[in-house]
Each structure stands twice: as structure tokens, then as C-alpha cells.
Design a protein around this ligand. Structure first.
Ligand code: MV4
Length: 455
């Protein structure tokens, strides 16, 4: 196992990785920006080094500064967390070149999933169901028209370099297609420096179901159940749960096998997530693969008892998986609510500031992953996540009841938060029946009532 790991991240995920390292007896090196001197990960790590000014490009994305710190401190591995450099194939490659282990997949595996059109082709080739659409990138308007004759409308034009909802365009009619192709290409060029696009049939009111996988460097890949991440707003996930309500165990096993097949096809190693769209008829389609640890990983840990961050470190160190698929059992139900410093009165806009009060909940079945404390100031330069509140119960009803109780216990003063929003979701009759889909918030939550409650 590693002797010392550098954590190239900040916030709650840096804290989470430090905890896993501690349990494994690994020394930890934190890096921080000038805006993060007071951050919890700086205090918790064995060593901490300032790597630059507040803007991410100058610090958490500054590869030369991070690599020279890694060399200086003599670490044998770097954990990238999520966001920042976590899905940068170039960074994974630089680590390889200087013989520091990147705690994540190979540059090739990251790149294979980074180009969404290429990922789609790889998955189709591996026998993983993909949404009907183009075979690879679409080069011309005429090619697009041809495809539309096969798949019909509505369809969706996506940027190969996009993902996570960026660079997508919905097209309803043949008449709109030519212009949509042109606009999508020029927008993709401007946003990603790559104008490549592809086409898919538009799946209406899908659920977003994702599968956590783990793979070692000896060819073993397992899946750890599925998460429902349908409750989101403008592609920002707000609440996730596992198992996905209403899906049969048998169906989840089918998704799990498809996810493991997807990962295996690109020689994936470490922890990863395969995202599927599931339509109302129960058809499932590969959408994207996230080649990093994800924000919502704790709910999977709660129902499987597997520490996914420790598993990442074991896999990166070249150890064999110490569990077989048959050993993986899920127990009960878990929900995560993302507590963000956002103001619902102004369209959920980020509202960083000083936490005048911060008293997290506790008690049976509750886990809080956070880097915040009373008196801490959330800097304006990064995401607005204050804490992840995770509730476990023997069944969904108990998990919901515990989450409600914990949200009510949570005391945060000084900044507005998403707590009132989550209470509203948990009390919603459709949510309680497990009727969730990607436009749930838009369709079922009256944000104006929330504005009143928060104001
Ligand atoms: C889709 C889709 C419907 N049909 N693709 C959004 C995020 C990105 N990963 C892909 N996304 C979608 N792709 C086809 N062919 C609907 C979405 C989508 C969505 C997906 C998951 C979670 C929330 C979403 C919200 C709006 C649209």
C-alpha cells in the first residue's frame, strides 16, 4: 500500500479521502488555494501546501504546481477526488510518466469515455444498449436528415466533447434540423474547441439510473447496485437514492451486468459509474460513464458496507478485489440530500458566505459528509456544496423519515440552503410513491411556495 497520498482537491471530498487514508495508515498531503487556508482538509491532513491563488485554473487545476508539490513532498500517489483534474486524461498520463500512481483509471480509459460519441460506439461494439441514433459523429446536414428518417422526432443533437447536460439541443421537426446542426456545431466549437456532434432519439421523461462499479488491475469488475439520480435541476443533482424505487432486483442485476461489461470493454480500473437512461417501458440505454468517484457514492456505501474510497486506493495499489460479485449484498435503503448554500428566492443562485451557525444532525442511520464548521466562510470561487446528508433505513419509508428528522435537526445560519427544498421533496406525494423522473422538480415542486417558506 502507499506510504503517502496527495489529495488534489478541496472541500468535503478531500476530507473524505483523508479519512480513508487514515484508516489504511497512509500519510496525507493536502494542497490548497489562497482562498482555502481555513478549510477543514488543510487542518486534517498530515501536511498541507499552498498551490496558488483562488481561481481554480491557478491552483486546483494547475498541473505544474500540483506535480512539483507531489515531487517535493515525496508522495507515491495522487487522489484527484471529483471535478477539477479527476477526468483529465493528460493529468493521469503525467502521473504515469513521473511514476506517481494516479488513483483512477488509465489515460486511455478516461479518454475513451471523455468523447461521448466515441464512448457510444465503443459501448455499441461491446453489446451495451445505446439510444438509437447516429453511428459515430454526424458530419453534414444531409447525414442528419438521413438519420432522422430512421429514428424520427423528437431527437437530440449532442456535442461529442459535452456531457453532463452541456452542449445538447432538442429538435422537434425536420424543418428545424438543419439550423440545429449548424448551431450545435458552432456552440460546441465555442464551448469545447471541438465541433463534433452526434444524434440520438430523444427519450421522454426518462429516469437517470446509474451503476457503481469497481475494477481491479487483474481483470475483475463488479457492480455495487444502482442509484436513482432523477431528482435534479438543470443537470445539478439534488437528491439521490438507492435502490431506485420501483425497479425489480432482476432489472438492477441486468443493469449491473451491462455496467460491468461497459467498464470491462475499456479495461477500466478503480471506481467508476455507468449512467443509464431508463424509459417508461423499462428499456435501458447507456448514456455516459463517469471515470471518477462521485458525489453520491456514500449511499452505495451505506447499503453495501463497502468503503468505495478505500477500494479505490486498494485497486490503485494493484491489489485484487477482495469481494466477488456474489459477496455483494445490499441491505436497506439510503438517500442523500445535497445541502447547498443557494438562495431559492433567486433561482437557486449560489450564496456563499460565513456560517454563523452550523450544527449537523446525528443519531441512528445518519451520516454527514462535510468540510464545514460554525464560523467557516464558504468561499465564492468553488461549488456551493456545504454538506451531504445521508440517511439509511431498513426500508425506503424509514430512510425518508430519518432524512426528514435529520433535515429538521440541521441548524445552518448565515447562508440560505437547500434544506427547505429537500423537506418539500420528501413530503411530496409523487416522491413518496417513488414516481421520480428527470423532470420531477419542474413538474412536481412548486418553487414559489418554497420561496415563501425560505423568505
Ligand atoms: C438524453 C435525454 C433524452 N434523450 N438523451 C442530460 C445529461 C446528459 N448526460 C444527457 N442528458 C440527457 N440525455 C436522449 N437521447 C435526456 C437527458 C436529460 C437528463 C438526463 C439525466 C438526468 C437529467 C436529465 C435532465 C434533462 C435531460
Amino acid at each position: 500500500m502507499f506510504r503517502k497520498v496527495l489529495i488534489a482537491n478541496r472541500g468535503e471530498i478531500a476530507v473524505r479521502v483523508i479519512r480513508a487514508c487514515r484508516e489504511l495508515g497512509i500519510r496525507t498531503a493536502a494542497v490548497f488555494s489562497e482562498a482555502d487556508r481555513q478549510s477543514m482538509h488543510v487542518r486534517m491532513a498530515d501536511e498541507a501546501f499552498c498551490i496558488g491563488p483562488a481561481p481554480p485554473a491557478d491552483s486546483y487545476l494547475n498541473i505544474p504546481n500540483i506535480m512539483s508539490t507531489a515531487e517535493l513532498l515525496g508522495v507515491d500517489a495522487i487522489h484527484p477526488g471529483y471535478g477539477f483534474l479527476s477526468e483529465n486524461p493528460h493529468f493521469s498520463e503525467i502521473c504515469q510518466d513521473v511514476k506517481i500512481t494516479f488513483v483512477g483509471p488509465s489515460p486511455e480509459a478516461i479518454a475513451a469515455m471523455g468523447n461521448k460519441s466515441q464512448a457510444r460506439e465503443r459501448m455499441r461494439g461491446a453489446g451495451v444498449p445505446v439510444i438509437p441514433g447516429s453511428d459515430g459523429p454526424v458530419r453534414s446536414e444531409n447525414e442528419a436528415l438521413d438519420i432522422s428518417k430512421h429514428i424520427g422526432f423528437p431527437l437530440i443533437v449532442k456535442a461529442s466533447a459535452g456531457g453532463g447536460g452541456r452542449g445538447m439541443r432538442l429538435v422537434h421537426t425536420r424543418e428545424d434540423l438543419r439550423r440545429a446542426i449548424q448551431t450545435a456545431q458552432s456552440e460546441a466549437e465555442a464551448a469545447f474547441g471541438n465541433n463534433e456532434i452526434y444524434i440520438e432519439k430523444y427519450v421522454e421523461e426518462p429516469r437517470h439510473i446509474e451503476v457503481q462499479i469497481l475494477a481491479d488491475k487483474h481483470g475483475n469488475t463488479i457492480y455495487l447496485g444502482a442509484r436513482d439520480c432523477s431528482i435534479q435541476r438543470r443537470h445539478q443533482k439534488l437528491l439521490e437514492e438507492t435502490p431506485p424505487p420501483g425497479l425489480r432486483d432482476r432489472f438492477i442485476r441486468v443493469l449491473g451486468k451491462a455496467a460491468a461489461k461497459a467498464a470491462h470493454a475499456i479495461n477500466y480500473t478503480g471506481a467508476g459509474t455507468v449512467e443509464f437512461l431508463v424509459d417508461r417501458d423499462g428499456h435501458y440505454y447507456f448514456m455516459e460513464m463517469n471515470t471518477r468517484i462521485q458525489v453520491e457514492h456514500p449511499i452505495t456505501e451505506m447499503v453495501t458496507g463497502i468503503d468505495i474510497v478505500k477500494a479505490q486506493l486498494h485497486a490503485a495499489a494493484g491489489e485484487r478485489l477482495n469481494v466477488n460479485q456474489g459477496d455483494v449484498e445490499t441491505r436497506g435503503h439510503a438517500i442523500e440530500c445535497r445541502i447547498n448554500a443557494e438562495d431559492p428566492r433567486y433561482d437557486f443562485r449560489p450564496a456563499p458566505g460565513r456560517l454563523a451557525q452550523f450544527i449537523p444532525p446525528g443519531g441512528p442511520g445518519i451520516r454527514v459528509d462535510t468540510h464545514a464548521y460554525a464560523g467557516y466562510t464558504i468561499p465564492p470561487h468553488y461549488d456551493s456544496l456545504v454538506a451531504k446528508l445521508i440517511a439509511w433505513g431498513t426500508n425506503r419509508a424509514e430512510a425518508i423519515a430519518r432524512m426528514r428528522r435529520a433535515l429538521q435537526e440541521f441548524e445552518i445560519a448565515g447562508v440560505p440552503t437547500t434544506i427547505p427544498f429537500h423537506l418539500m421533496v420528501l413530503d411530496n406525494a409523487f416522491f413518496r410513491r417513488g414516481e421520480v423522473y428527470t423532470n420531477f422538480v419542474q413538474r412536481r415542486i412548486d418553487l414559489s411556495a418554497l420561496q415563501h417558506a425560505a423568505g
